[in-house]
Design a protein around this ligand. Sequence first.
Ligand code: SF4
Length: 497
Amino acid sequence: MSVTASHLYAYTQCPHRVWRDANDDPEQKDPVNEFVQLLWEKGTQYEKKIVEENRGALELVDLSKIPKSERLQPTLEAMNNKAPYIYQGRLEAGELVGEPDLLELQENGEYMPVDIKSGMGLEGEDEESDGKPKKHYALQLALYTDALRQLGFATHLLGKIWDSKGDIVLYDLNAPQGVRNKQTWWELYQDTLPVVRSLLKNETKTEPAMISICKLCQWQSTCKKQCIDKKDISLVPELGRSKKEGVNTIALDVGELARIDVDSVCDAKGKTGIAGIGKSSLEKFVRRAKLQEENAAEPLILKPYFLPDKPIELHFDIEADPTQDIVYLHGVVERRGDIQEFHSFVAEEVSAEAEKDAWVRFWEYFKSLPRDDVAVYYYSKYERTQYRSLQKKYPDVISAEEVEDFFDPDFAIDLYYDIVKPCTDWATYNYSVKTLAQFLGFSWRDKNPSGAASIEWYNDWCKDKDPVKLQRILDYNEDDCIAMIYLKDKLAELNRQ
Ligand code: SF4
């Protein structure tokens, strides 16, 4: 069986997915997640756009019209003829099959793989850091480079990513993965290859584990069912696949975990003996396992928390399309006593002007309110991160200080990071606002509510301006805000007890 760059990508997401893709019944798969579909489409569109814009300058040999299985020979011919760039070539070397977007001729006559990605070329890039290579990009480029070396068209260990900003990022596969991790990307690739091969050949079998990436995976329904049937400990929030192996040394399922006496597990110094898991983490997992076992209807309150006492509450939530780098909706449910009113600020099209216009209108609305009377509620860090980046994008609209003031913890509460995560435990499998609000009895008007679906509706609405589609986007966003009210009210009630 061939090993492809897609297999390596899947492995970085979840080893079990590689095994299931190769060995399990495809009938058990869910339909492709809408967001994943959207990312595929955007990725393909971006690749085509880059190629069309640069077709002349790159002097491309374009193999994209030839069936994939027949592209090896034309690719080898083009490389032997020293074509400056080859688009959608195919490399086959032993078990390796690679289809880099571009093959680029180097000055010394060798070829370098270039992949066009609709994401950033590096991760963790910000004002303080240059960012570091992405593991899945590095592994994919390593496979192409390996195939080129075996075919005699490269001696180097280099590849490039042409990223969403149009930057071309060089990946040195001979470089260590980080300051602490001295293993090079090439060594990682060489370690990964036999593991992936073994999974593909069904020589190694893996188990499912509920992790955040599962919600985008086509095996989700059956993996989740298997985990629930077996009471797999990965169902305990924050435990996941990474800690599962360690915790499995003391508890095989949620029931066993719930019965663990943490003090008896720890040594005299309070160490659990499980790599990466301290005593307080283990106590947390045991508490959460107990709640699941008891099917507890009420969350456990670990310590009191602060909720501002203000006559006006803003429960706000934004919608963004990361594939087009746009925040297209700022939604706010304003609550004054028993009266709730929804305010929405929508970008009328996918453009910087429209995004800025919605951003301007949002701030005009917010500034019309008496600041000292307003408490702001949101869920997790996404809104704050996006607002800081919008401020940098449009500095003439609002100052950085005003954005920070909006998120001042005396007035603004991140329900997840300020309260749910540090102060509470729930019987649910995760702590998303959707899960917790549904647990408390709230239901969305839309039968299929998701951020990904909203992006799809927005893109459709931009094309035809159908008011029904816009209303669906607004209803979904309003319900997200009302879900926060449900959660906030429950947390306020429990805080009083
Ligand atoms: S659903 Fe989760 S555990 Fe199952 S294959 Fe997908 S990512 Fe892996």
